[in-house]
Design a protein around this ligand. Structure first.
Ligand SMILES: Nc1ncnc2c1ncn2[C@@H]1O[C@H](COP(=O)(O)OP(=O)(O)O)[C@@H](O)[C@H]1O
Ligand SMILES: [Mg+2]
Length: 417
């Protein structure tokens, strides 16, 4: 790198099919210029899209931080990430270590022990034989026969059948009666399934968390993608909103996830977390629209904080301090939430983060507002619409997303005064 600042930082982007947010991120990072810290030091960041090629395990990684969107299904780059983390101290959003070993099921277990209201959940054995020569003997000897319908009786209908390590609605079915249950189980084949009590929710809250920042959004799962996130500011009471933030940040701090979404069902002001292990949360401009500028800012702020302050990545889970609180019967649920929030703030260095943002990035809000209001952003939106939807829908979506972005620009202009 050939910058003028004291220190140069390289952020790698490990990408799949996405073009929209990477372009936004690259554009904003390039516009940042030299960052000056109160101690007088100067910093510059550069971004680079990563390619997949043979690597020697002794090669030194050039990146200081990598935002990964690929490794949850493509294992060559996943193994590169592990090498880069273990050998070169590269900071990862996200680290594959815990995402690979701690999927949705582990997250259910941890949250239940922490006292969260995870709906009642049962793991049932595979429907189809496991592809292993030892299966027939083991199964004949040790698999106890069970009656699926007895399990459902304790939960009632409808219930949800979904993979223990699910994601992206793969294999999820809403089961309405015993026949449906048998059919869904027969179809589950080689997938390992949970049966889960269904929550007849009043509101669905989906929270996107990046480092210590969480945006809790009203989500409408039955709508098409472009209408799933509703722009709604006061849809939860202050207490429930805070609870949703604490649950999301607890999950992330516990598992060392940094860029993750968390789904919670809210009924009668009770929060039921159901899905919170998403290694590659959706941040498409065509999904987040109004919330997209916030997501880009948070991703930029957190990446910068990590590289500029030399934050050391912690990739291994340390469950002890969390379970100490979770297991303490003298604390009620509210007191536990408060204690979890403090642990999460400690983990993410939340106070130091906001001090850094104030001192090092005082012009970021204006810079992002200028860009989102510019033709350059509008052409990114247009090209995303054109690559996402068929031509006869282009005008409609131009109006839909253009209107939501204009709304953000107006709100943000007012907020910044
Ligand atoms: N216990 C539940 N009660 C009500 N709805 C549920 C429940 N579990 C899942 N769903 C519905 O099914 C969808 C997919 O389930 P989810 O657990 O989020 O799986 P995935 O990891 O595939 O996104 C949810 O967004 C929600 O609409
Ligand atoms: Mg989900």
């Amino acid at each position: 790198m050939t910058g003028t600042a004291d220190r140069q930082h390289l952020i790698g982007l490990l990408l799949g099919a996405e073009e929209d947010w990477p372009t936004a991120f690259e554009t904003l990072a390039a516009r940042l210029g030299v960052i000056r810290l109160p101690d007088g030091s100067t910093h510059e960041v550069r971004t680079e899209r990563m390619t997949i090629e043979p690597f020697n395990l002794r090669d030194k990684a050039r990146q200081d931080l990598v935002v990964d969107r690929l490794a949850h299904w493509y294992y060559h780059p996943r193994e590169w990430l592990k090498k880069a983390s273990l050998m070169d101290d590269v900071y990862l959003l996200n680290s594959p270590f815990t995402f690979q070993s701690m999927e949705k099921h582990s997250a259910y277990c941890a949250l239940i022990r922490l006292g969260m209201k995870v709906p009642d959940t049962v793991l049932v054995p595979y429907k189809h034989p496991v592809d292993n020569s030892r299966w027939a003997y083991t199964s004949a000897k040790y698999n106890r026969s069970f009656d699926l319908k007895e399990i459902d009786e304790s939960m009632g209908y409808p219930l949800f059948m979904k993979p223990f390590d699910g994601g992206g609605w793969r294999g999820v079915s809403r089961v309405k009666d015993p026949e449906d249950l048998m059919r869904s189980y027969d179809e589950s084949g080689e997938m390992l399934m949970h049966l889960q009590e269904s929550i007849d929710f009043d509101v669905f809250a989906r929270a996107l968390t990046i480092g210590p920042e969480t945006m809790v959004m009203k989500f409408q799962p039955d709508e098409p993608m472009h209408d799933r996130y509703a722009v709604s500011h006061g849809f939860l009471s202050a207490d429930v909103g805070q609870e949703a933030v604490t649950i999301s940040q607890t999950v992330n701090a516990f598992f060392r996830w940094e860029f993750n979404s968390c789904e919670m069902l809210v009924k009668d002001d009770q929060v039921y977390p159901i899905d919170y292990a998403n290694a590659c949360p959706d941040v498409a401009v065509t999904s987040l629209h109004y919330y997209f500028p916030w997501a880009m800012k948070a991703l930029l702020r957190w990446s910068l904080f990590c590289v500029v302050t030399d934050r050391v990545a912690r990739t291994q889970v340390d469950s002890a301090p969390w379970f100490e609180i979770g297991d303490d019967d003298s604390l009620d649920y509210g007191a536990k939430l408060g204690a979890y929030q403090r642990l999460a703030d400690e983990h993410f260095e939340t106070d130091r983060y906001w001090e850094f943002v104030d001192a090092a990035l005082p012009h970021l809000d204006e810079m992002v507002l200028d860009w989102v209001a510019s033709d350059s952003f509008r052409s990114l939106l247009t090209s995303t619409i054109r690559s996402t939807y068929p031509p006869h829908e282009w005008d409609r979506f131009e109006g839909h997303f253009g209107g939501l972005i204009d709304l953000w620009v107006r709100d943000e202009t007012n907020r910044l005064g």
